[in-house]
Design a protein around this ligand. Structure first.
Ligand SMILES: Cc1cc2nc3c(=O)[nH]c(=O)nc-3n(C[C@H](O)[C@H](O)[C@H](O)COP(=O)(O)OP(=O)(O)OC[C@H]3O[C@@H](n4cnc5c(N)ncnc54)[C@H](O)[C@@H]3O)c2cc1C
Ligand SMILES: NC(=O)c1ccc[n+]([C@@H]2O[C@H](COP(=O)([O-])OP(=O)(O)OC[C@H]3O[C@@H](n4cnc5c(N)ncnc54)[C@H](O)[C@@H]3O)[C@@H](O)[C@H]2O)c1
Length: 472
């Protein structure tokens, strides 16, 4: 047994853990990093990267069969599903070196490819190593939640961990769960030529504002995806190639393959957290605003900390922990400025309060302004005119922004800056956007806030009347 002492011990080499390890070691702390599976975690190997790569394949196929509107004849795309999966692996391979053991060892991190578990409040065992650290950071992520639906364990099903090795195109993909995983993968598969049925227990894209989700769902239905809502999967039967899902009200959906995408389970089970006095709840490890667990020497970040589950959130958490555990400075994690985006076409993006939350929190002080893509010249030129931006404003400052439409995930960046820095709507309105860009919708939304104040005000009209009389 080797005993190791270090400043920072990081458990898990995914989005959060790698960011802590890289930051801490480059600032001069000694760092040990544990990972018993793939470096890069879920995002690189089973999540963001493969899903966005497959979405790109679907987009290429869709472009070929829907080009007539631009004066270019439609062709039926020749989709090679296995080749699309090769493209997915190729993208992963391109990014992999950034997250690799070699790179981290080159930075000075001691990387141990073993599973870590607590053996006391201050010690973690990983294979033949017992590590004692000034601070431990748990960044063990999450796994696909597999619900206890009768029959599910008796049929072959896919999750986000196994989808990427499937090389035969599903003839008819059934997807249980209409969240971001379900909807992104539903559209990618539909565009690659599969029949797709989404079976959603409540409302599809239900974590987003329903007015915005509706824009996306209408387009997805228009592309031929069957989206069945209020359809709680109650029983699964069948065999490879012929699967049936029966929902609570008795409807039965048939398909060739099944993808289960009903949320995530935090990876806490084999960490022996009780030996370290670390409390958990259903969502994951309980942390305070500084991301500290009930054991003050241990932090938890990213998906395992049970809040918003996104790569950029895990990265943000890493910054908080570096500030606190490496630099010894006070640091608190906030959530009000954290954006998210779903990469369907059109995309769905959000930051801050939704309209419903803002109404509840700010009551009559809330003003909601909207700007529709159909008034954006570039969106018209690109034939991407479906969508809108909605800004929730209180006393001249945005408290939340939702965008459904082309490039919504790119457009939300500006509003992330605005909310993170508490900027005023006037500062957004002062920006000059190049014409014609989709980004003009941001400025026009700010303009929509000021228009009634300028164009519908008797006071302004009186002042202009006076000025015009006096101007030489
Ligand atoms: C299909 C899909 C698509 C997604 N798309 C996006 C997206 O587009 N944008 C976005 O922001 N987010 C996306 N996400 C979410 C994103 O992947 C996660 O939020 C992110 O990976 C969380 O990072 P993490 O560091 O908390 O965990 P992970 O990246 O999962 O890393 C945890 C690591 O810990 C390791 N580990 C676990 N237990 C132990 C142990 N005991 N000892 C040692 N190592 C251990 C695991 O092997 C893993 O490598 C997607 C997720 C999925 C599933
Ligand atoms: N673009 C992105 O950033 C992106 C993409 C994919 C995933 N993610 C992350 O991964 C997380 C997990 O995604 P997800 O889509 O698996 O989870 P989710 O929790 O967002 O959605 C799961 C859906 O499944 C439904 N459901 C649950 N049980 C059901 C049942 N028995 N029958 C039918 N429907 C059922 C729920 O009502 C819900 O709408 C997301 O919350 C997000 O944090 C992010």
């Amino acid at each position: 047994m080797e005993r190791i002492k270090t400043d920072i011990l990081v458990i898990g080499a995914g989005s959060g853990g790698l960011s802590v390890a890289a930051g801490a070691v480059q600032m001069g702390a000694s760092v040990v990093l544990l990972e018993d599976h793939k470096m890069g975690g879920d995002c690189l190997n089973y999540g963001c990267v493969p899903s966005k790569a497959l979405i790109a394949s679907g987009k290429a196929a869709w472009g070929q069969s829907h080009s007539e509107v631009y004066g270019v004849a439609n062709v039926t795309p020749k989709v090679d599903y296995a080749a699309a999966k090769d493209h997915v692996q190729g993208v992963i391979a391109q990014i992999e070196p950034v997250d690799s053991q070699e790179r981290f060892e080159g930075l000075g991190v001691r990387v141990i490819r073993e599973r870590g578990r607590f053996i006391s409040r201050t010690e973690v065992q990983a294979g033949d190593h017992v590590i004692t650290a000034r601070r431990v950071v748990i960044a063990t992520g999450s796994s696909p939640f597999v619900p206890p639906i009768p029959g599910l364990d008796g049929v072959p099903y896919l999750t986000n961990e196994t989808l990427w090795t499937l090389r035969h195109q599903p003839e008819h993909l059934l997807v249980i769960g209409g969240g971001p995983i379900g909807m992104e993968m539903a559209q990618a598969h539909r565009r690659l030529g599969s029949e797709v049925t989404v079976i959603e227990g409540a409302s599809a894209l239900g974590k987003d504002d329903p007015e915005m989700s509706a824009v996306v769902l209408e387009k997805l239905r228009g592309e031929g995806i069957a989206i069945e809502e209020e359809a709680l999967a109650a029983e699964v039967r069948g065999k490879e190639g012929a699967i049936e899902v029966e929902v609570k009200d008795g409807r039965v959906f048939k398909g060739s393959h099944l993808l289960v995408a009903v949320g995530r389970s935090p990876n806490i089970d084999d960490l022996d957290l009780d030996k370290a006095g670390i409390k958990t709840n259903r969502a994951g490890i309980v942390v305070d605003s500084g991301l500290r667990t009930s054991n003050r020497g241990v932090y938890a970040i990213g998906d395992v900390a049970g809040g918003l589950q996104f790569t950029h959130v895990a990265g943000y958490h890493a910054g908080i922990v570096i500030r606190s555990a490496v630099l010894g400075l006070p640091a608190k994690a906030k959530t009000g400025h954290l954006p998210w985006a779903t990469y369907t076409d059109p995309e769905l993006a959000h930051v801050g309060l939704t309209e419903a939350q803002a109404k509840k929190e700010h009551g009559p002080k809330l003003e909601v302004v909207r700007f529709h893509y159909e008034h954006n010249d570039r969106a018209l030129a690109e034939r991407k005119a479906a969508g809108l931006i909605k800004v929730m404003v209180v006393r001249g400052r945005a408290v939340g922004v939702s965008i459904a439409g082309y490039q919504a995930g790119e457009l939300i960046n500006l509003w992330s800056l605005v909310l993170a820095n508490n900027l005023k709507m006037s500062q957004v309105a002062n920006m000059v956007s190049p014409y014609p860009t989709i980004g003009e919708v941001n400025k026009r939304a700010a303009g929509a806030y000021f228009s009634p104040r300028l164009f519908e005000s008797d006071m302004v009209k009186r002042v202009v009347g006076l000025v015009q009389r006096w101007l030489p």
